[in-house]
Design a protein around this ligand. Structure first.
Ligand code: ZN
Length: 1008
């Protein structure tokens, strides 16, 4: 490929020039604090406690005199359900810690901080029990140091996050009292969190761990005991001899003899250790690429995933080697990976030791080990502030992890040939280049309007975006930067970054200025625009003209994010003839090609840029519909291929009593990533009615800045609802409804991206029409039933949902104005109703007591209104045809939906003007889905046989799938209006097909 700079018509260069002049250079000299530790700790593996003492030497290298030191007491994160960790767990929809009992929680206590025997005043943070402030008896002057000591006891929690134990498998992390970072912007006391990692001061560690002799320990630091080093070698030798690993994973008894392991290490900022009596060990070593120094590596694992871990020495060695090659050499002498009981992600990094959770296959193990080992560089050595700028470690590290995976496993495609199965073929993954799955994962929230900027505080990311944006999108845009600078330049800059910032705290501005200094280019388009904008990147070819025997191609930038692009002229074999790389530009730029014979011109032909819309990236030079991609028809679904106009096709079957069995074909334009405009057409043929019916829908989404989303929906829907023998004339009478609606729903901007509260306002216009006619026309009888009854409804709705992990609730209020034209009468009505739902959770399961309150009133000019408040919604009183029913005509209807009064007993109660009701469903804690329900309501104008205006029922129900498929068995219920002897008619069931539809799956996805 050849590169040539394209002429640029952009005001950007002027802007850049202006910015350049104004860049201030910060003359302040860099400094950082140092904290040295001496820790003596003993593991009590009966009580699951740590008993120890710690001596902290705090060196004040700042320019400020310090009168206090902020301390982290992170085991206290597990103290109760009010800690920042506990609250975040619930926000991320994990209930296990919230409902964990006291004995499973953990804490640190028995602290007694002192300096030279003088007890220190400790001020505990009001909101965070895992943060405290030590008041120094004398101010600590710049350049001075102070020695602080304390005993401590840690009660180890069960494994809820990182610190914890599962039986006698110990994950000892974030476990000792630790000063917070003090840097140029002040103190950084941070409560422990699952989502949002660490920021720590570098220093020297000297740690002694006492525990029963038969534990195998993987830890940060260099092990000093020769006997223990020999013990590990013996274990490694015996592990190598194992032909097949046992299926058993039982814990051996602890030996009564104790051992004390001694670890020493300079220049690390944390110390973690993992102890397990079951560990197999494999030791190995790797020679570093530049200095040829040897690094000793260990992998430690239990029987459970031994089949994957057996090759793990290769993975850890490769990771140490390649990261050393690409960034700078590993500075320590040991590196260990352990198989541990981790409850926070697939793996977790600590200096020189990483812990890996449950694994599905060897390749994933390689990937996770590499990622975690890679954190030695981006976290361990380059100690950025991960809590605030997570992309600097997770994102940059993911970029190198991807480079490693591509090197080891890719054949250029996203799914390696050997791994292609029916599912990946169905999705069409084989058409996409390596790394495209990363593009897709970050599109999850982007295509649903829920994106956040890469440079977002870790705590502010949604659970989904924390992974898909902070890790994945960062990795993608770094690939973009690498492509723009060239791999060689990029690597040399990263080597310089490593050299200048190792064992320091680089900030985002530091990495930008270093990149700009080393490349001699202003890189605001990357460090300012791309990292700080949540907007999608989108380039497009807007025009091609022949000018002076050249092709003049206009490239437009549809976003406010400037960036450089590669533009190629492609021949008929899809090979690039000529390629140009532009400078970063806003608005538009021009590129000139000599290849007049090219088949098409393509922007970003190698899928380097994480663009939101790739369908506008190519224009063909010949033939009709130059901008339209060739059609691709696919069965069921698959990923939207950017180089095709995607259409999907799916067979559909259905049933209702009037149409009989329905068979049809759904045609739709969208699967994944989500498009702004989605449409579906579903024609269906009823074998009993012998009619064509069906549905069609067009949905458009907008995500303007001021509100979260505007969704506009147009739908049409028509099915039969009666098909029966007319007794009088002996004819087959056929009834069918037609419904169309159009409306918009505005989702108001939430208080924060993580908020689970959604406020929505909507307006909808609904038109329905019933048409009655003969199924066939008998001229001898000549009676015309073809009366058409059009109805119009205007609905204004407000909903507020709070979808929190426990005790979720929702409120809905609707006003409806209607015009109904029956054949002889016309009526208008005003209906106002509200529904409040409250869940009450009582344990870790999803099960919850559901309370529901309903109130409705209607004013109509005619008593024959069809829009009353109902005890329960059945097929024939769903007057706006919003729900799917098997039967809309017969009275013996067992199917219901939880609308209006939501009575479960089939009372056949008629129309009501005012009604207020309460429903309760209480599932039992049993594994089998069963529970009790009760409904009660007051109403007026009730034509009941009892004369009271209070009704109730009670019974047992089976929530097969809660709120989607449920069956109700009333036990106590009112005497029914149309009583029969059959209990079968009293039983009701609910199937809410709407909740099973793809667009609702998308909504549930957005909850994360
Ligand atoms: Zn990571």
């Amino acid at each position: 490929m050849m590169f040539r700079k394209a002429p640029i018509i952009s005001i950007l260069s002027i802007v850049i020039l202006f910015l350049f002049i104004n860049v201030k250079t910060y003359a302040q000299k860099y400094w950082q604090q140092r904290v040295d530790y001496q820790i003596n700790v003993k593991l009590d593996d009966i009580k699951h406690e740590l008993h120890g003492d710690i001596i902290i030497t705090y060196h004040n290298n700042s320019n400020s005199a310090l009168s206090e030191i902020w301390m982290h007491l992170w085991p206290n994160a597990y103290k109760n359900d009010k800690t920042a960790f506990a609250i975040q767990q619930l926000e991320n929809l994990s209930r296990s810690f919230h409902y964990a009992d006291e004995s499973k929680r953990g804490y640190i206590d028995s602290l007694n901080f002192s300096i030279k025997g003088q007890k220190l005043l400790v001020l505990e943070s009001e909101n965070f029990p895992d943060i405290a402030k030590l008041i120094l008896p004398e101010t600590l002057l710049p350049g001075d140091s102070v020695i602080i000591s304390t005993p401590f006891k840690v009660k180890l929690p069960n494994s809820f996050s990182r610190l914890g134990h599962v039986n006698t498998s110990y994950q000892i992390t974030q476990w000792y009292p630790k000063p917070a970072v003090f840097d140029a912007s002040g103190w950084h006391p941070i409560p422990y969190l699952d989502q949002g990692e660490f920021y720590s001061e570098f220093g020297n560690y000297d740690v002694k761990i006492t525990l029963p002799e038969n534990y195998v320990v993987g830890a940060s630091g260099e092990l000093q005991n020769t006997s223990e080093l020999e013990f590990l070698e013996r274990l490694s030798d015996s592990t190598k001899k194992i032909k097949s690993f046992s299926e058993l994973d039982t814990f051996p008894a602890s030996s009564t003899r104790l051992k004390t392991l001694h670890y020493v290490q300079n220049n690390i900022h944390d110390f973690a250790w993992f102890a397990d009596k079951r560990f197999h060990v494999l030791s190995s070593e790797v020679t570093l690429p530049e200095t040829k120094r040897k690094v000793k590596t260990y992998v430690m694992f239990t029987n459970k995933y031994a089949k994957y871990w057996i090759d793990a020495s290769k993975y850890i060695n490769d990771a140490v080697y390649y990261y050393s090659l690409w960034i700078g050499e590993y500075p320590y002498n040991y590196c260990t990976a352990v198989d541990g009981a981790l409850s926070a992600g697939a793996g977790m990094e600590y200096p020189m030791v990483t812990v890996i959770g449950e694994m599905s296959d060897a390749k994933t193990l390689d990937q996770v080990i590499t990622h975690e080992v890679g954190h030695n560089w981006f976290y361990g050595i380059l100690g950025s502030n991960e809590r605030e700028f997570g992309w600097m470690d997770e994102g940059v590290n993911s970029f190198y992890e991807n480079r490693y995976m591509k090197l080891k496993y890719s054949d250029g495609f996203m799914i390696h040939k050997d791994n292609r199965n029916i599912f990946t073929k169905f999705l069409g993954l084989q058409y996409f280049p390596f790394g495209y799955e990363q593009y897709l994962t970050q599109q999850l929230s982007a295509s649903a309007g829920k994106a956040q900027a890469i440079n977002t505080h870790s705590e502010e990311f949604t659970y989904l975006n924390y992974a898909t944006i902070m890790y994945t999108k960062t990795s993608l845009v770094l690939k973009y930067l690498e492509e723009y600078l060239g791999v060689e330049k990029f690597d040399s800059v990263m080597h310089t970054y490593y050299k200048e910032w190792k064992f320091k705290h680089p900030q985002p501005a530091d990495i930008q200025s270093l990149f700009e200094r080393e490349t001699g280019q202003k890189l605001d388009w990357f460090f300012k625009d791309i990292l700080n904008s949540k907007k999608d990147i989108d380039f497009k070819i807007s025009e091609i003209k022949k000018v002076n025997n050249q092709l003049q191609v206009k490239i437009s930038n549809n976003s406010n994010i400037a960036g450089p692009v590669l533009v190629s002229a492609i021949d008929k074999n899809n090979k690039p003839l000529e390629s140009y790389k532009t400078q970063a530009f806003y608005e538009s730029t021009y590129v000139y090609f000599d290849s007049l014979k090219a088949k098409k011109i393509v922007v970003d032909p190698e899928y380097i840029i994480p663009e939101s819309n790739r369908n506008n990236n190519a224009i063909r030079l010949h033939g009709p519909l130059k901008k339209m991609e060739p059609l691709k028809l696919q069965l069921l679904g698959g990923l939207n291929r950017p180089d095709r106009t995607n259409l999907y096709l799916s067979p559909a079957v259905g049933y209702n009593t009037a149409d009989g069995t329905l068979a049809g074909l759904a045609l739709y334009n969208n699967f994944f990533p989500f498009k702004k405009l989605e449409w579906t057409i579903l024609p269906m043929y009823g074998f009993k009615s012998e009619r064509m019916n069906g549905a069609a829908q067009v949905v458009h989404h907008m995500y303007p800045e001021r509100v979260a989303e505007i969704e506009t929906k147009f739908s049409m829907y028509s099915f039969s609802d009666m098909n029966k023998q007319n007794e009088l004339y002996g004819l087959n009478v056929y009834n069918r409804f037609f419904k169309t609606s159009i409306g918009s729903e505005i989702t108001l901007k939430p208080v924060s991206a993580r908020s689970r509260i959604a406020n929505k306002l909507s307006y909808r216009f609904v038109f329905t029409q019933e048409s009655t006619e003969y199924n066939y026309r008998d001229t001898t009888v000549g009676i015309d039933f073809a009366a058409e009854t059009p109805n119009y409804y205007h609905q204004f709705k407000y909903t507020r949902t709070n979808n929190r992990a426990i005790n979720a609730n929702s409120f809905m209020m609707m006003y409806e104005y209607a015009n109904n034209y029956n054949s002889s009468i016309s009526e208008t009505h005003h209906k106002l109703f509200a529904v409040f739902k409250q869940k009450i959770n009582y344990n870790n399961s999803k099960k919850a007591i559901q309370l529901r309150a309903f109130a409705g009133t209607i004013f109509a000019n005619n008593s024959r209104t069809n829009a009353s408040n109902f005890f329960s919604l059945s097929g024939n009183n769903d007057y706006t045809y919003d729900k799917a029913f098997f039967d809309r005509y017969n009275l013996n209807r067992n199917q219901m939906h939880e609308l209006d009064g939501a009575f479960k007993a089939n009372t056949f109660m008629p129309t009501l003007r005012q009604m207020i009701g309460l429903n309760i469903k209480a599932p039992f804690t049993s594994r089998f889905p069963i529970g009790v329900f009760a409904d009660a309501a007051f109403s007026n104008e009730r034509q009941s046989m009892k004369g009271s205006n209070f009704d109730f029922d009670f019974g047992v129900y089976l929530p097969v799938i809660t709120d989607v498929v449920e069956v109700y068995f009333p036990i106590v219920y009112e005497q029914r209006l149309y009583s029969t002897d059959s209990y079968r008619e009293v039983i009701r069931f609910m199937i809410d097909f709407q909740l099973l539809q793809p667009q609702n799956l998308k909504r549930s996805l957005q909850l994360f």
